[in-house]
Design a binder for this molecule. Structure first.
Ligand SMILES: NC(=O)c1ccc[n+]([C@@H]2O[C@H](COP(=O)([O-])OP(=O)(O)OC[C@H]3O[C@@H](n4cnc5c(N)ncnc54)[C@H](OP(=O)(O)O)[C@@H]3O)[C@@H](O)[C@H]2O)c1
Length: 325
């Protein structure tokens, strides 16, 4: 177990140095097709969670610049309004709306989605909000905070918005996961990490693996929508500076910009090229890549994946206003 964990972490870090850094982005970008992002998305509607900062804000700006209506879903009014102002100023697009929502609060998410659906259309949902809380903390509902935000919140928002997405031709759901998930295998016996010593980085990696599995399952269940999940690379954002200070100190000169981190998010959300790939894949730098390291034994069984979905569905239903799923 310890040897496998050491193997996974070492292989992953070496891969990261080569591929996830600014240098990795620049090498990959030589093969990008510029025209892929020369798209006018006027008339289309995009929702981005955690859009007041980092990768989410950079993605929102890129989409606004191309004419899209952008719904910024954020938990803090001041930070959200500031981001909205900045996006409008820098894009010249006034169709930028703020919605206040805490992604770790399942009941609020159901209520938000129900209201949103009656008032808006939605072509693309970008599940970007994420956190790495380094101590084991519980939300007011008694759910481990990383799991509540990164997994249950993402699950409920996506499930609740499916009907409005299914109304649109070519709807997409893009989920911002992390290459960190490559070091973890789905563990349905301890989704909220109640056993053993709590490690925020590992909790985060588990959550990001769970997002990949969710995407694969959604792709099978909802063929009308194109689902993708991605790794943005290592980008210089508040999350990295605050939650991983040691990593940040070591890597700060090699980190990607927020725009470079957002590049594949935007590509998956708006390009025609992205939806030529099958639904449900894991992307890095505009390419589908394996969601497993070689010989890392991180594949989960169909049984475990079904159990995982069932647990999420049961948890989600507990907070739903009426029977929703
Ligand atoms: N940067 C990287 O190197 C990297 C690498 C791999 C994956 N990612 C992923 O990229 C995504 C964006 O992160 P980032 O690096 O751009 O960091 P960031 O700038 O800190 O952005 C994270 C966003 O998520 C929001 N958020 C966190 N918890 C929330 C909650 N409970 N409700 C609503 N919003 C919440 C934050 O809001 P506040 O401003 O209110 O905190 C912020 O807007 C995350 O999913 C992260 O896991 C980043």
């Amino acid at each position: 177990m310890i040897v496998m964990s050491l193997y996974r972490n070492t292989v992953w870090f070496l891969k990261g140095l080569r591929e996830y850094t600014k240098g990795g982005y620049e090498s990959a970008a030589k093969y990008f097709v510029t025209e892929d992002l020369q798209v006018d998305v006027t008339g289309k509607s995009y929702m981005i969670t955690g859009a007041n900062s980092g990768i989410g804000k950079a993605a929102a700006l890129a989409i606004a610049k191309r004419g899209g209506t952008v719904h910024l879903v954020c938990r803090n009014k001041d930070r959200a309004e500031e981001a909205k102002k900045e996006i409008i100023t820098n894009s010249g697009n006034e169709s930028v709306l703020v919605h206040l929502l805490d992604m770790s609060n399942p009941k609020e998410i159901w209520e938000f989605a129900d209201k949103f659906k009656t008032e808006n259309r939605l072509h693309v949902l970008i599940n970007n909000a994420g956190c790495m809380v380094n101590k084991r903390e519980l939300t007011e509902d008694g759910i481990e905070k990383n799991f509540a935000t990164n997994v249950l919140g993402t699950y409920i928002l996506t499930r609740a918005l499916l009907p409005v997405l299914e109304n649109e031709e070519g709807a997409r759901v893009v989920t911002v996961s992390s290459g960190g998930m490559l070091v973890q295998k789905l563990d349905v016996s301890d989704l909220q990490l109640e056993k053993g010593t709590f490690d925020g980085t590992m909790a985060y990696a588990h959550n990001k693996r769970q997002q990949v599995i969710l995407t694969e399952q959604w792709a099978k269940a909802y063929p009308k929508i194109h689902f993708s999940v991605m790794h943005p690379g290592w980008a210089d954002t508040p999350a990295v500076r605050l939650s991983m200070p040691d990593f940040y100190e070591k890597m700060k000169n090699r980190l990607r910009t927020e725009e470079q981190g957002a590049d594949t998010v935007v590509w998956l959300a708006i390009s025609a090229a992205a939806i030529k790939h099958p639904s449900g894949l894991f992307f890095q730098d505009r390419k589908p890549v394996s969601s497993h390291l070689p010989l890392a034994s991180t594949h989960s069984s169909t049984d475990d994946e079904q159990k995982f979905l069932q647990i999420l569905q049961d948890m989600a239903l507990k907070f739903a206003p009426s029977s929703k799923l």
